[in-house]
Design a protein around this ligand. Sequence first.
Ligand code: NDP
Ligand code: GDR
Length: 325
Amino acid sequence: MKAIITGVTGQDGSYLSELLLSKGYEVYGMVRRASTETFERINHIKDRIKLVQGDLLDTHSLMEMMHDIQPDEIYNLAAMSFVPTSWTQPILTGEFTAIGVTRVLEAMRRTCPKAKFYQASSSEMYGKVREVPQTELTPFHPRSPYGVSKVYGHYITVNYRESYDLFAVSGILFNHESPRRGMEFVTRKVTDAAARIKLGVQSELRMGNLDSRRDWGFAGDYVEAMWLMLQQPKADDYVISTGEYHTVKDLVQIAFNHVGLDWSKYVKLDPKFLRPAEVDQLLGDCSKARKVLGWKPKVNFKQLVEMMVDSDMSRVQKEIKDQNK
Ligand code: NDP
Ligand code: GDR
């Protein structure tokens, strides 16, 4: 089996590559050219992945790649994925995260229409939620240019499935995290800060809205659901979540407790981190995935946060040691 992963250098791309390699796939990872490499998350498996240059903005590179590889599966994980940046770069976000999906689908339709396609849809599409918990049938009300772009990507995937009879699915994934999460996202920002403060190399943590609630799971569990969706006899869309939500404050509390610190002494509110429009609460109902895919999350919230803090403690300790050499 041959799979192409766009966004292979991202958090999910790295876990999905590991999963597919363990199943004996030939993994092709699409990477965009940069003046310095961004392979930190895939360095340990780089020799086993075939890296191909391409960009979501460039239809030609997408078509060439698919024509040459003739993949069985395509996972479209590439996107501008940080919500705050979508307000400062709304047009680029639309190009990558919305129209980019059409470019990938169109390249597939023209060069390898028998391939199976996975689109990385998001719980951000629910935004100002119409019901709690959210299912595959809950109406969308996105609250950021990112969320709006993901709604486009979601519906163009459904549309190509219905128009051209492609095997194209959308996974509506709720927040998922790991020690490989980008530093700007709230979980990693908090676990990294807890480690730095504990080790005496940071004095405070400046945060935005502590009251928002998210349904946080472990990325390693979620990439398994992506793969399962493409193994079904029929293409369909699925919510992937844990079914539990927590506030940002809970997150901070667990992370700081884990290193024996009282969070309230270090966390400062900074309006710079508030958003023009907030998504107050997200809670997913993944009954369909549990029933049809036989999928369920294995790592709970506390385990996830503590795993991330432990990993950041080791990394920061090593950084300090290296600096003192
Ligand atoms: P990351 O931000 O960690 O990774 C994004 C990836 O997209 C990187 O590999 C990046 O490459 C690549 N990329 C960005 N722009 C382009 C472009 N123009 N051409 C080619 N590649 C590009 O995201 P995650 O791994 O966390 O998420 C994966 C996908 O799932 C994203 O689409 C995200 O929006 C979506 N999603 C994520 C959720 C989460 O909680 N993590 C939840 C729901 C959906 P580079 O290294 O060069 O920057
Ligand atoms: P989100 O993730 O916007 O849900 O998108 P993020 O971790 O950035 O924010 C979660 C919540 O935490 C609040 N918050 C802060 N967030 C950040 N980043 N920094 C802060 O200092 C801070 N303080 C409070 C936010 O306001 C928000 O309510 C993620 C991304 O991975 C998307 O790509 C994905 O689609 C969705 O999850 C599901």
